[in-house]
Design a protein around this ligand. Structure first.
Ligand code: GLN
Length: 281
């Protein structure tokens, strides 16, 4: 027999937040219930699952993959090793996109005869596209990914949250036609030699790494976006904390105006935006 307290002590080498999440998932009890009565007995079946999860956690598997889920923007999303685990940092991309969409629809903003079209490139679990479609049902949201397996996860998440998103399979802009009012992406942006990749070994490398300087994907998107944006449309890209100047320079080189970088809650450069000029230079 093992109590909650016994299990926590026996697995003290694991992070406390992780232990609580695993215990909660295995027992079906909330964190408050576990804290309130640490003398509760952990059922045998739960102990079996916990033993497996604890082993795998020690070998480096993220809790989100062990449990098969992660919360983003208040939505519980299914995640598998085919998709990047949504990060809290990326909620800034959603906030920035919402502000751009709302700015466009204000009186004095540009008028849309039809639903404004939004494109997300490299959607992974679908987190960003689903959050945006749910927040602004008037948007016509399209999301692409190079991985069919990622798209299967994203489609499931959209169905679960009744988010209306058109998912297309293809590399960056390959699958899309027509012009969009807003293009957003959280592309891979980690440098190939970044030491932090050691800690991210369970996640799909193609969703993280973008060449020697981490800017390969951002370069591709900055180069292609102008051809898929309506005049006056916006591009918003997430990037690494030290990539703000490079992202701004790339957008400016490709003729974007109103280029600006937004900081995340830690105060780091995280999302750079730019606007397609009315008349292309
Ligand atoms: N922010 C992620 C990290 O943990 C990277 C995500 C990405 O490359 N898009 O490093």
């Amino acid at each position: 027999m093992s109590t909650v307290a016994d299990w926590l002590v026996a697995h003290a080498d694991l992070d406390r937040v992780d232990r609580d999440a695993l215990l909660g998932a295995a027992t079906g009890l909330t964190r408050a219930q576990l804290l309130a009565r640490p003398e509760r007995t952990v059922p045998r079946a739960a102990l079996g699952r916990l033993a497996d999860w604890a082993d795998r956690r020690r070998r480096g598997e993220p809790v989100a993959y062990l449990l098969g889920r992660r919360e983003f923007w208040g939505l519980e999303l299914t995640v598998t090793p085919d998709v990047l685990i949504p990060r809290p940092d990326t909620e800034l991309l959603v906030e920035v996109a919402l502000a751009l969409v709302d700015g466009e629809s204000r009186p004095g903003g540009r008028a849309h005869s039809e639903r404004p079209r939004l494109l997300e490139l490299g959607t992974g679990s679908g987190a960003v596209a689903i959050a945006l479609a749910r927040e602004r049902p008037a948007l016509d949201v399209t999301a692409t990914d190079l991985s069919e397996r990622a798209l299967a996860v994203a489609r499931g998440n959209a169905a679960r949250h009744r988010a209306e998103v058109t998912f297309l399979h293809g590399d960056w802009f390959d699958a899309v036609t027509g012009a969009f009012e807003l293009i957003v992406s959280n592309p891979p942006y980690v440098r190939a030699d970044d030491v932090h990749l050691r800690d991210l070994a369970s996640e799909p490398r193609h969703a993280l790494v973008a060449g020697a300087d981490g800017l390969d994907a951002i370069r591709r998107i900055a180069a292609g976006a102008g051809g898929h944006l309506a005049a006056g449309g916006w591009l918003a890209l997430e990037h690494g904390w030290d990539q703000g100047p490079a992202a701004r320079r790339l957008l400016e080189e490709h003729g974007f105006g109103d280029v600006a970088t937004h900081r995340d809650l830690a105060g780091h450069d995280r999302v750079t935006v730019g606007r397609r000029r009315e008349h292309r230079r």
